[in-house]
Design a protein around this ligand. Structure first.
Ligand code: SF4
Length: 209
């Protein structure tokens, strides 16, 4: 029996992206969490720059939790949405300074300002747990690959969890995200993409490019 297309795509992804992929290069768990919070609606580079400004003045959860919101806001301005992000970062930091960082995805999501994506990033990268990180790149690319049928991030994560084994969630999160950044841009570069011979949305196959 022929292998299903999804399985062949996953095999190719494993071949082309054999290394562990990390988008936030931060080892400290608290700083990692805050950097992921900062990355909402901006690039990872901007989030890392904003995090570095913040931590140069307030180095840990206790000091961020005690800082004025206005001061946090001015330090993280380069990441955008600073008026929304600053009070959330202060609240989360105050919680963490007293209670530590929760060690599972459900408890993380219960914290103020921690959404599904932030909790999944932390669970996968810091806790080593299996999780689906459904960000913009992942959802756009997964849909074109035929992995999911939705453009909604919450539903996308659910569909991946239902359709792929748990031990593939983390790899797919990172590899599909990377594919989206490398080739499957909003205007996809199918001619250069290593999946163009098999992808159901390939413009090379459909003769559009
Ligand atoms: S072939 Fe085109 S549509 Fe398919 S994953 Fe690659 S870039 Fe995206």
């Amino acid at each position: 029996m022929d292998k299903p297309v999804n399985a062949i795509i996953v095999e190719k992804l494993r071949f082309f992206y054999p290394e562990r992929i990390r988008f936030i290069k931060e080892e400290d768990p608290y700083r990692f969490l805050i950097t992921v919070m900062l990355s909402a609606s901006t690039t990872d580079r901007q989030a890392e720059n904003a995090a570095s400004s913040l931590f140069s003045v307030y180095p840990d959860a206790k000091s961020v939790g005690e800082a004025e919101v206005s001061s946090i806001e001015s330090l993280i301005r380069s990441a955008g949405l600073s008026k929304t992000k600053a009070p959330r970062i202060k609240d989360v930091s105050r919680y963490i300074a007293s209670n530590g960082i929760p060690d599972n995805i459900e408890k993380l999501q219960a914290l103020p300002g921690i959404g599904e994506k932030t909790a999944a990033c932390y669970a996968l990268d810091i806790l080593g747990q299996d999780a689906v990180i459904a960000d913009t790149h992942f959802v756009r690319t997964s849909k074109r690959l035929g992995f999911i049928d939705t453009s909604d991030r919450i539903k996308a994560a659910r569909e991946i969890r239902e359709r792929f084994p748990e031990n593939e969630w983390g790899f797919l999160s990172m590899a599909v995200n990377k594919l989206g950044r490398d080739f499957c841009h909003p205007r996809p570069d199918c001619k250069q993409c290593f999946l163009s011979s098999i992808c159901p949305s390939s413009e090379v196959l459909s003769g559009e490019s």
